[in-house]
Structure formats: C-alpha cells, structure tokens
Design a protein around this ligand. Structure first.
Ligand SMILES: C[S@@+](CC[C@H](N)C(=O)[O-])C[C@H]1O[C@@H](n2cnc3c(N)ncnc32)[C@H](O)[C@@H]1O
Length: 343
C-alpha cells in the first residue's frame, strides 16, 4: 500500500489528529497546483471538453455521495438555513447563521432580483436560496430544480410550514430539463455548475429559457487560473472518488469564454477564507452533534459503515477548509457572475 493510501486509511479510521491531516492536505494542494500548472496549457486553453458530451456526467454518483443522504444529516451539519455552499463572513465575530443570511442577501443583490420576477433556480440543494427568495419576493414565482428527491421533499415541507405558495420544486437532472421557451426574468444558480461539464450546451439552454432582457446569476467556487476535472482514480484523488465524481474545478474566467451565448456583465469575488470559515463551522457542528449524526448515518448506510462515513465527512470538511484557506484564500475562492444575452 502506498504511503498516501495508508495515510488515508488511517485518517478514515480516525487515527490521525486533525492538525496533521490539515498539514498533509496543504501539501497535496501544493502538489496539485504544481501538477496542474504543467498540464494547464491543455486544460485552460483548449476548452474542447467543455463544449462536447452531456451537460453533466456521473450524476447518480454525485447523488449517492451527497444529495440523496437524509435531509436530517444536513440539518445537523449545516447552518439553520441548510445552505450547502460558501457563506459570507463580513467580520471575525460573524456566526454561521449570520453568514448564511449575509451570503443570501448579497447573492440576491448581485442577481438584481426584484419582487414580481419569474425566477428559475438550478441546483437548489435544501432550499436555502429558494425559501429565502420566496419569502423576500412574495410576488415572484420561484421554480427550484435539483436532481434529488429528498431535497424536494424537505423544501416542500418547510414551504408548507411557512405558508409559502409562490415556490415550486422540480426533481430533474439538468441534462433533461425542459424549462423554456423564454419564461424567466432570472435564472440563478449557486454551486451547481461545478457538477457540470458541457458549459456551452448548458448556457445555450439557459439562454433559451431567459426572456430577452433576462439575466443569469451564477455563484461558483473556482481556481484563480486553472480548470480541471475531479478524477476518481488514484489515492490523491480521494475527493473526486468519494465526494465529487464527475465534478469540475472551474477557472475564474471560465464563464467568460462563451460571450456569444451569454456575456458576463458583472463579477464579484469572495476570497477563499469565507469558504474556509464555512467548512470549519460545518466541522464544528459535526463534532458537537456527533452521536445524533452517527445514528442518522447508521440508518442510511448501516452501523458499521457509519463510523467511516462520519470520518469521511470530517475529512471532506477539513479538505474544503484547507483548499480554500490556501495562500490566504487567493488560489481557490468564490466568484459571482451576472450574465446577459449579447446585444
Ligand atoms: C453544492 S449543492 C448547492 C445547493 C444550493 N444551491 C445551496 O447553496 O445550498 C449542488 C446542488 O446541485 C444539484 N445538482 C447537482 N447535479 C445536478 C444535476 N445533474 N441536475 C440537477 N441538479 C443537480 C444538487 O442536487 C444540489 O442541489
């Protein structure tokens, strides 16, 4: 067994202190940067693989890995609004709960949302943005889409309990989504594009669903310059294998490469330390609610697998924290884009 494989096995069994795990992750980040820089000419300049094939690949694996887990798991692990994406911490004192709200508010501002608009949300997760929009914009009609049934059931239950009737949720893989023609003032999407591959096809579809003056708002995590797919082979690709099969690390300029379909008119960046703090807060929740989470996972994957599953989630949050905290959050970070139809 290679040393890395052996180390991963030890971490998955909970035998390695977090301090050491974090140090190894930082070293793997440096290695990843060096390797990707060598390969970058191929990936960044030739975007052929972003313009062919299905919109998203390995969609069942992503569902197994995250999105079909019981909603109760995310209720315990995430903040109160179950925002499963980067939150925004304006000050050192900001709590996760406040950071969820700050991020949702800023996203709505950046998307230029107004009451009365027809809004389509792609990749709605457990409804943080969908429910927020339904509450803040009571005269808007919100259609939220994800490929996960438990997400829809959880959002519908919350919407019912809050008396929100302007939100409907659709379970559909975006590969097969038919939402046109031209009905929406806004299409909004937070951290779903990282599960996509054929950006050209996806953006063309979205352009066809937008009214002529409609706009697309996308929140992405990304790398400063590199664009690479998450692989699932090899010990160093632990993240790709267990959490992100079929996923992509977009480069910060990726969405600017399709100006004939939709052109970027506004961009804002949050340094990666916002994601580091988000992941650290999720990790704190996992540890504080350890026994409740373990029994939820035991119901989902059996008692023997639950211990390892929980440890893998700890590793995942540690990895997110270190990746986005790397180089003071200036290598991997979060970027927001407002896009409009050309002309
Ligand atoms: C990282 S989560 C973000 C969730 C949410 N936007 C938030 O901020 O909490 C990604 C979302 O994209 C959805 N998703 C991923 N691949 C998809 C696909 N092929 N079709 C539809 N939804 C997909 C997942 O089910 C999940 O809801």
């Amino acid at each position: 067994m290679g040393i890395l494989k052996w180390g991963i096995e030890a971490v998955e069994r909970g035998l390695v202190p977090d301090r050491l795990t974090r140090k190894v992750i930082r070293r793997l980040c440096a290695q990843r940067l060096a390797e990707e820089q060598v390969r970058s000419a191929g990936h960044v300049r030739d975007t052929g693989w972003l313009r062919s094939g299905p919109i998203a690949v390995a969609t069942d694996r992503a569902n197994e890995q995250h999105y079909e887990l019981p909603a109760e798991f995310f209720q315990e692990a995430l903040g109160p609004r179950r925002k499963y994406s980067c939150c925004y911490f304006p000050s050192p004192e900001t709590s996760l709960e406040q950071a969820e709200v700050a991020a949702l508010q800023r996203s709505c501002e950046l998307a230029e949302l107004q009451d009365g608009q027809e809004i389509l949300e792609l990749g709605c997760g457990w409804g943080s943005l969908s429910l927020w929009m339904a509450e803040q914009y009571p005269h808007s009609r919100i259609t939220a889409v994800s490929n996960s049934t438990p997400q829809r059931v959880a959002i519908e239950a919350t919407a019912r309990s809050r008396g929100l009737s302007n939100l409907s949720v659709i379970t559909c893989d975006v590969n097969h989504l038919a939402a046109g023609p031209r009905q929406y003032d806004r299409v909004v999407s937070i951290e779903m594009f990282e599960h996509m591959r054929n950006y050209e096809r996806l953006l063309s579809r979205i352009a066809g669903w937008l009214r002529t003056d409609g706009k697309l708002y996308v929140h992405l995590f990304c790398h400063r310059t590199l664009c690479y797919p998450f692989e699932s082979e090899g010990a160093e690709n632990w993240m790709g294998r267990h959490f992100f099969t079929g996923g992509l690390m977009p480069s910060a300029d990726l969405l600017e490469q399709f100006p004939d379909i939709l052109r970027v008119t506004r961009r804002e960046t949050w340094d990666g330390r916002h994601y580091q703090r988000t992941a650290d807060a999720w990790l704190t929740n996992l540890d504080a609610r350890h026994s409740a989470i373990r029994s939820i996972l035991a119901k989902a994957c059996g008692p023997r697998q639950a211990v390892r599953a929980l440890q893998r989630w700890r590793m995942f949050f540690l990895a997110v924290s270190e990746l986005f905290g790397y180089a003071q959050g200036n290598e991997w970070f979060v970027s927001h884009y407002l896009m409009e139809q050309p002309g």
